[in-house]
Design a protein around this ligand. Structure first.
Ligand SMILES: NC(=O)c1ccc[n+]([C@@H]2O[C@H](COP(=O)([O-])OP(=O)(O)OC[C@H]3O[C@@H](n4cnc5c(N)ncnc54)[C@H](O)[C@@H]3O)[C@@H](O)[C@H]2O)c1
Length: 436
């Protein structure tokens, strides 16, 4: 497993769980050191005990030694990062470096599996990079390149991997397809959900999925903002449309914008691919623009209520991770909200059940951000409560205690977590997204 991040570590551990012998490689020595000492560098429910179990059984190991990793596996999964480059395209340097590492060292046949989210055409580039390295050393060793995009959700990654909705395999090599079928058979004993297709379609499927999900969110966010103007309640509208099976209830939640390591970068990368091919994805241009605006929405509501000069004010922020059950703060709406409040002169006291270490790293030395040890400690003496991530432990607070702790009785809810009547009954002023 090349790359031991959110995807690589989960994939490697789940593959070891079903009996495979997995060696996880990373160039980040610190990460490997933590894992070797029995720690887990990320927060992912259910991951730590599974790692402990598979390590104890001798089926999961960690290394920074590229030679060992290439020698180890007949299957080489590439699960490295593909962050956005300056122009929005996916930065392929880590994927291609991993491919070259394989080509330089392989001594026997390999199946190279692209698990990272990569633009259409990447499998060809990976194949070319490996072939070039083999040619340089005059080696003739067979290999196949397979696209196997990952659909797991952070926060539910183990469950998603162990019980996938579908497993997409893009390949044209029959033996490689048979091997991938065998690799995934333990995860779909009930009925096979393997979708075999050509490589380019597999690569595009991953971007299409994330772009569609981002589109639903931006659509609902824009409707919610309109509902604000119209005096309608977006939560009623959500139920009203979700009950149509053609629409469905999933992923229709309005909020403070989408974040994370995937949607923002994958939308950008797909737009870039389209432009390269003379095609415009007008819908995605709007999806991205609407999301940027939505991340500012809560601060706009705060300014509308309290004025543009927020100097001397402190806001309690509940939730820093981009979504619940993860410590991931990449592109998190909390960052835009905290930056927006700071621009108006305010300070924040933040609490998150899992992302505090990450937040301390992100805000090291920042004078406008302090941290609290509990949700109620964050609220004590604050000018308002701002709910940013829908962690379960924020869903049913003691509103009377919140009101008593706040300096002014204001709640800005970026996730529509509460029944407005209940909040108001406690004497709090309640501002949500698209709610009366
Ligand atoms: N995070 C998710 O929820 C998710 C879901 C589906 C797909 N993906 C995709 O999977 C890929 C990985 O995402 P992630 O969130 O796991 O990233 P991550 O940043 O958590 O992990 C990537 C890891 O790869 C390592 N790495 C970089 N170059 C390397 C090399 N040459 N050899 C070995 N290790 C190397 C990095 O040090 C890092 O630890 C991305 O393409 C992402 O879009 C992510």
């Amino acid at each position: 497993m090349i790359g031991t991040g959110y995807v690589g570590l989960v994939t490697g551990t789940c593959l070891a769980e079903v009996g495979n012998d997995v060696l996880c490689l990373d160039v980040d020595a610190n990460k490997i050191d933590i894992l070797k000492k029995g720690g887990v560098p990320i927060h992912e429910p259910g991951l730590a005990p599974m790692i402990a179990r598979t390590v104890a059984a001798g089926r999961l190991r960690f290394t920074t030694d590229i030679d060992a990793a290439v020698a180890h596996g007949a299957l080489q999964f590439i699960a490295v990062g593909t962050p956005p480059d300056e122009d929005g395209s996916a930065d392929m340097q880590y994927v291609l470096a991993a491919a070259r590492n394989i080509g330089r060292r392989m001594a026997d046949a390999k199946i190279v599996v692209d698990k990272s989210t990569v633009p259409v055409g990447t499998a060809d580039r990976v194949r070319a990079a490996i072939a070039e390295e083999l040619a340089t050393r005059g080696a003739r060793i067979p290999f196949a390149v397979v696209s196997n995009p990952e659909f797991l959700k952070e926060g539910a990654a183990i469950e998603d991997f162990m019980k996938p909705d579908r497993v997409v395999i893009g390949a044209d090599d029959e033996r490689a397809i048979a091997t991938m079928r065998a690799v995934y058979a333990p995860f779909q004993r009930n009925h096979e959900r393997l979708l075999v297709m050509d490589v380019r379609s597999a690569e595009l499927t991953k971007y299409a999925a994330n772009a569609m999900l981002a589109t639903r969110i931006s659509f609902m966010n824009e409707l919610a903002n309109l509902a604000d103007e119209l005096g309608a309640d977006i939560e009623h509208v959500r139920h009203g449309i979700g009950s149509d099976p053609r629409i469905g209830y999933h992923f229709l939640y309005p909020g403070a914008g989408y974040g994370g390591s995937c949607f923002p970068k994958d939308v950008k990368a797909l737009q870039h691919t389209a432009k390269q091919h003379g095609r415009q994805l007008r819908i995605l241009d709007a999806v991205a623009a609407a999301n940027d605006a939505q991340k500012r929405r809560l601060v706009e509501k705060i300014v509308a209520r309290l004025g543009a000069d927020l100097a001397g004010r402190t806001f309690a922020v509940w939730g820093l991770a981009f979504k619940p059950n993860t410590d991931d703060m990449r592109e998190a709406p909390s960052r835009a909200i905290i930056a927006g409040l700071a621009k108006h002169g305010a300070k924040v006291v933040a609490y998150d059940p899992a992302a505090m270490d990450e937040a301390r790293r992100v805000y090291a030395g920042a004078p406008h951000v302090a941290f609290a040890a509990s949700p109620m400690a964050a609220v004590a003496g604050a000018d308002a409560l701002v709910v940013v991530t829908e962690w379960k432990e924020f869903r049913s607070p003691d509103f009377d205690a919140v009101r008593a702790a706040l300096k002014s009785p204001l709640v800005f809810d970026g996730r529509n977590l509460y029944d407005p009547g209940l909040v108001r009954a406690a004497g709090l002023e309640y501002f949500a997204i698209g709610r009366r």
